[in-house]
Ligand binder design. Structure first.
Ligand SMILES: Nc1ncnc2c1ncn2[C@@H]1O[C@H](COP(=O)(O)OP(=O)(O)OP(=O)(O)O)[C@@H](O)[C@H]1O
Length: 558
């Protein structure tokens, strides 16, 4: 092309590059010195890049860990605030997901997503601005496939996300399946159901495997197709740039520079889709967390801090329906328990005995009627004070994975429970001898990683936990069901002294002949059917008298 003229006589460089060239100008002739200075400069720039990257990770990722820590604590604290009804209407898996999965998704936004977003936006801006400055037309051609690439990556990411979610839920089914098989191993073996259990596990396992393979296939298409698109851009650069160079409308150096920019763009463009789906997931998780954090406990703590929960307990026309099941558990229930009285609440299973204890502790609020202690409505006490001053031993025992001593002294300040007090409670609950037989005594670990206690031992530890408190009111909910008659008699004789100055409500479906009760209440279907002292009820010849006779006959024949 004889008439062709070069398009530019001088390359457009950054002022910084121009300055660097000017600095090097005097040593242009000394090749060794020139190469050494350039190499050291590149090395220093690489070091500076590393240092800045380190500082960026330090700042952003560390900040995201702090946010995660705060958020986990906030979610956990809110769980503690919520009432029993919330726990009845939400599954454990759902609650665990919020504190683990949702919080960690939000962290992936406040940490990696923000970091990569800043990174990729600045890198894209840097590359594109420089490319446009060099050759706007070539830039347009070269960048044309990249938006398609970003959109494709976004769509593929969505598919990967959906598949991962499915895999996650299959994995949780598989874990639950395995966990139930371990904890129910005795039932499985005694019903010879090992094969059936393996069948369930295998079915879940096959589902999980098929989905995981599906995900691996999508992922294996993902990276090669990304490389293909980038390769296409490079090819377009060389093709169009080459044609332009032949027509002298661009320089070969510009084509080389473009190829470098395209390679630099590979990471940001492929990360756009990934970051976008990370932001989308974090936003869904944060929405779920917000909804949860805004859930108000239905048992509101409006009460002023009335120090002493003391006086007669009065239930007046109380009606209660469990909100989530609609079961009408208590109907027009009226009962007065004077300070210091010992009351036995007796009834068949499902008659509403435990519900009365739950209402007294304000695990639920009754829909109709009033419950007062010392003429003060329960709602006027602060929940903390109310529960601190009622010692409640529930029907279903729960022990923490901790030492025997810590399980007994649960909820008490460390200074308030020296070893003698713990031992005294264990003695009263008739469990000390067995504790002393463990290799580490009171320091023995119980629960999953510790010794396995019998049902009766667990119940007595739970009783000891109730006895160590020095409350005004004591509620024992069928907590002697798993101990033999001799141990039961020992515990009841110990209780005699302990209960002397306390108001006590003993819930049971058996009669305790050793303990004198001021009032015995028989419940049936949420209503009181009989009420009075032992002698009065024996004279009535109703349910109580029948049960008493049956029990005494049984005791004689044993
Ligand atoms: N948390 C709950 N949610 C919904 N319904 C419940 C709940 N607890 C108990 N119920 C229902 O309320 C009724 C009374 O139950 P409650 O536990 O008070 O009986 P109980 O007399 O203590 O029985 P048991 O002697 O078997 O413990 C039952 O029909 C039971 O199914």
């Amino acid at each position: 092309m004889p008439n062709a003229k070069p398009a530019t006589t001088h390359a457009i460089n950054d002022p910084l590059v121009e300055w660097f060239i000017a600095v090097l100008d005097p040593i242009k002739g000394n090749f060794i010195k020139l190469v050494t200075i350039c190499s050291v400069t590149i090395l220093l720039l690489a070091l500076a890049r590393g240092l800045l990257m380190f500082l960026m990770r330090q700042t952003i990722i560390v900040m995201s860990r702090h946010i995660e820590y705060d958020q986990k604590n906030e979610v956990f604290a809110h769980y503690q605030l919520l009432d029993t009804n919330f726990y009845k209407t939400h599954s454990t898996g759902d609650m665990m997901n919020r504190i683990t999965e949702d919080v960690s998704r939000v962290r992936s936004y406040t940490g990696p997503a923000i970091m990569y977003l800043i990174n990729l936006l600045s890198l894209i801006a840097f590359c594109v601005i420089n490319m446009v400055r060099k050759d706007p037309l070539l830039t347009l051609y070269v960048l044309a496939p990249l938006p398609i690439l970003a959109a494709t990556i976004y769509i593929v990411n969505q598919i990967i996300y959906k598949k991962s979610e499915k895999i996650q839920s299959l994995l949780s089914d598989l874990t639950t399946n395995a966990q139930e098989s371990y904890s129910g191993i005795r039932v499985i073996k005694s019903f010879v159901q090992e094969k059936a259990m393996f069948g369930f596990f295998e079915k879940n396992s096959v589902d999980y495997k098929n989905n995981a393979i599906g995900l691996a296939k999508v992922e294996s298409i993902y990276f090669p197709s990304m490389a293909l698109m980038i390769g296409l851009s490079t090819l377009i650069t060389i093709l169009i740039g080459g044609v332009q160079a032949l027509h002298d409308t661009t320089k070969v150096g510009v084509i080389v520079e473009f190829v470098i920019y395209i390679n630099m763009l590979q990471f940001p463009v492929s990360a756009i889709g990934w970051v976008a789906s990370m932001i989308q997931r974090a936003s869904a998780s944060q929405k779920r967390l917000n909804e949860f954090l805004q859930t108000e406990p239905s048992i509101a703590d409006k009460g002023k801090a009335i120090e002493h929960v003391k006086g007669d307990i009065v239930f007046k026309d109380v009606d209660f329906i469990y909100p989530h099941t609609g079961i009408h558990a208590i109907k027009k229930f009226s009962l007065t328990i004077k300070t210091g009285e010992k009351v036995l609440i007796l009834g068949k299973t499902g008659s509403g005995k435990s519900t009365i204890a739950q209402l007294l502790l304000r695990f639920y609020d009754a829909q109709k009627g009033d419950i007062t202690i010392g003429k003060v409505p329960l709602q006027s006490y602060s929940i903390k004070n109310l529960r601190e001053q009622i010692s409640y031993v529930p029907q279903d025992v729960f022990l923490f994975s901790d030492t025997v001593a810590n399980n007994i002294s649960f909820g008490l300040e460390a200074a308030n429970h020296p070893q003698e007090i713990i031992s005294k409670a264990a003695r009263q609950a008739s469990v000390e001898n067995e504790i002393m037989q463990f290799a580490e005594g009171y320091e023995t670990m119980v629960g999953e990683r510790g010794v396995t206690l019998s049902g009766g031992q667990k119940q007595r530890l739970s009783i000891a936990r109730g006895l160590i408190k020095q409350p005004e009111i004591v509620v024992f909910d069928d907590c002697l069901s798993a101990v033999d008659t001799a141990t039961e008699n020992t515990i009841i004789s110990n209780l005699y002294q302990y209960l002397e100055d306390k108001t006590a409500i003993i819930i049971t479906h058996r009669i305790f002949t050793l303990l004198h009760f001021d009032n015995i209440v028989v419940l049936e279907d949420g209503k009181i059917t009989e009420q009075g002292t032992h002698n009065e009820l024996m004279m009535k010849n109703g349910y109580y008298a029948e049960l008493y006779k049956m029990q005494t006959v049984q005791a004689h024949t044993e």
